[in-house]
Design a protein around this ligand. Structure first.
Ligand code: FES
Length: 153
């Protein structure tokens, strides 16, 4: 199995870029007595993702949450979009930085990682490890019924 293939439980392990980086860090870390703590920085968008909001009825009301699958975005992880206000949208990568599993909605309380139990608030703030970072938020730009998630986050 390559490092890019999905493992059971939606765990993606570390993606190839992270695995290469960790391999280099691991060799240096072992030499210094460091321990492995996770995949590191979550992957950002390499290109803008343009969403047509009418394709996501859950976002029709403030407080709505929609899941954008990889097949719709071209991004390697699912994206969660939360409508926080009339014209205020939050877009979060589903990648958990511990070992790159994809987080799931945890009722209305936030997100939970199915692999090792990390938890995050609906705004992506980490509340429970072993993940060490918040979910990655993408910059968004609203233009009528089009929401653009900006590359480079
Ligand atoms: Fe381990 Fe998310 S991948 S807690």
């Amino acid at each position: 199995m390559s490092s890019d293939e999905k493992l059971p439980g939606k765990c993606l392990a570390c993606n190839r870029r992270q695995a290469i980086k960790l391999g280099a860090m691991g060799a240096a870390g072992l030499a210094m007595g460091a321990t492995f703590t996770g995949c590191g920085d979550p992957a950002g968008l390499e290109q803008d993702v343009v969403l047509t909001l009418t394709d996501y009825p859950a976002l029709g009301e403030v407080g709505g949450i929609a899941n954008v699958p990889s097949s719709a975005s071209g991004f390697e992880f699912e994206i969660w979009v939360i409508r926080q206000g009339e014209e205020d949208y939050l877009a979060l990568s589903s990648e958990c930085n511990h070992a790159s599993c994809e987080v799931d909605l945890d009722g209305s309380n936030g997100f939970k990682c199915p692999c090792h139990g990390s938890k995050f608030e609906l705004d992506g703030t980490k509340t429970k490890g072993p993940a060490t970072k918040d979910l990655l938020a993408f910059d968004t730009q609203l233009d009528g019924e089009t929401l653009t998630l900006k590359a480079g986050a």
